[in-house]
Design a protein around this ligand. Structure first.
Ligand SMILES: NC(=O)N[C@@H](CC(=O)O)C(=O)O
Length: 441
């Protein structure tokens, strides 16, 4: 995207990946110089004092619902971009389950253009796998790939591509241009049409229809075999069970081209939260028991799960404030993803900040094929970065969110790790924890 020249930025004294302290001079959209701490002269640059802050490559979210077009009462590309910048993201993949669905080149280009107009984060459209997410005929995969939007990730997310023949064809098709199919793994027959939570002892007691983890696992098992058969790439969206982790571990050991993501909420929240029937905790896949959460954390730490993705799923009050069985599935997550990962994985000693950069930036950028993102912060790299205060703690207040929606499962929880600044191609989008108006940059 052509951008007018901006003032250089000097990031002073940041701890690169929490490993070594340095100054970074950002000019013309790239990291122009990396020097010893306090070695670079500011000249006419805007100075960001990053003493005590960890610098990461800008975060990349593989799984964001921005709701525009169609449900602007829940979120727009602009309000979702604000939430992304506030959360430290410099790129987000916008899911296709909008209204109309992103299943044509024109629809994908429109989302791309809305993202550019908002100017806070690179909004990369995800294309639907099938027309209207109906699971039957393939969408215009090739046209979306060749469009200005350069779509590489395809997903019917919210719905599973349940038909094995359709999934096979989609995998064959996207292989031609290095694309990937991101699967919402939920066998519709096994899960059942009315299921709204994890199937287990608690769902029985609460009288809520649940779906078992095996409904996810059978689809993942099938899809890794289809990926092997086609020689194509499959990505598993929002992994939620220990059984899926076992399948992934096996598939990776065979050399099958499978990648997977876990959401922040599946790393910390468990099914027992449902005992109050609060629809804030209704999400798909559902919150699972402790054993699954533990397996997901271990799999993220050992690389079996490749990435963290938010599944930011904003919903308007009138869709969420219902009896549990009738409420919409989903929770917001862009603004809290980094603190949840810091709290569950870094504070517990399971991951380093370099690991956080891998799972929230480098690997998701590689999976999505976004060459401008996820790069190590060295001279010549794109100036996309996030500055984090690793020790600050904060109690989440849903009303302080810049998202349009309030379905925030973290409200009232204390989390460690605070995003202080976000920089997109050398321009701050967040400074001192406050959004920077694109017009003022
Ligand atoms: N995660 C959710 O619970 N909801 C998502 C769709 C989806 O990913 O299932 C949504 O679009 O609201």
């Amino acid at each position: 995207m052509p951008e007018t020249a901006t003032r250089p930025v000097l990031v002073r004294g940041a701890s690169l990946l929490g490993e070594r302290t340095a100054d970074l001079l950002l000019r013309d959209g790239v990291v122009a110089e990396v020097g010893e701490r306090r070695s670079l002269a500011p000249g006419d640059a805007q100075v960001i004092d990053a003493d005590g802050l960890v610098a990461l490559p800008g975060l990349v979210d593989l799984h964001t619902h921005l709701r525009e077009p169609g449900r602007e009462d829940a979120e727009t590309v602009l309000t979702g971009s604000r939430a992304a910048a506030a959360g430290g993201f410099t790129a987000v993949l916008a899911m296709a389950n909008t209204s109309p669905v992103t299943d044509t080149a024109e629809a994908a280009e429109r989302v791309l253009d809305l993202g550019r107009a908002a100017g806070l984060v690179d909004v990369q459209p995800v294309g639907a796998v099938t027309h209207g997410l109906a699971g039957e005929e393939l969408a215009e995969l090739g046209l979306m790939a060749r469009s200005r939007a350069r779509v590489r990730v395809f997903s019917d997310d919210g719905r599973c591509v349940a038909n094995a023949r359709v999934m096979r064809r989609a995998l064959e098709y996207v292989k031609a241009f290095g694309g990937v199919v991101s699967q919402h793994a939920q066998d519709p027959d096994l899960a059942g049409p009315a299921s709204c939570c994890h199937e287990g002892e608690l769902s029985g007691r609460l009288g809520l229809p649940g779906w078992p983890g095996v409904a996810e696992e059978v689809i993942v098992a099938r899809d890794v075999m289809l990926a092997r058969h086609t020689g194509s790439r499959v990505h598993v969206a929002h992994v939620s069970t220990a059984g899926t982790v076992e399948v992934l571990r096996w598939a990776k050991a065979q050399g099958i081209a499978v990648t997977a993501e876990v959401t922040p909420h599946h790393l910390l929240l468990t099914t027992d939260l449902l005992s109050g029937y609060d629809p804030t905790f209704k999400v798909n896949p559902p919150l699972r028991p402790d054993e699954d959460v533990e397996a997901l954390r271990a799999a993220l730490a050992d690389g079996t799960i490749d990435a963290v993705a938010t599944d930011h799923a904003p919903h308007a009050r009138h869709d969420k404030e219902h009896a549990f069985v009738d409420a919409a599935f989903g929770m917001v997550g862009l603004e809290t993803a980094l603190p949840v990962v810091a709290t569950t994985m870094v504070e517990t000693g399971r991951m380093t900040w370099a690991d956080v950069a891998r799972v929230l930036s480098t690997t998701p950028a590689a999976i999505a094929g976004l060459p401008g993102h996820g790069a190590e912060l060295v001279a010549g790299a794109p100036a996309n970065l996030t500055l984090v205060d690793p020790t600050a703690t904060r109690v989440v207040d849903r009303d302080a969110s810049v998202s349009r929606s309030r379905n925030n499962p973290w409200h009232g929880r204390r989390l460690t790790g605070e995003v202080r600044a976000t920089v997109l191609r050398g321009r701050p989008t967040l400074l001192d924890g406050e959004l920077v108006d694109p017009a003022a940059r």
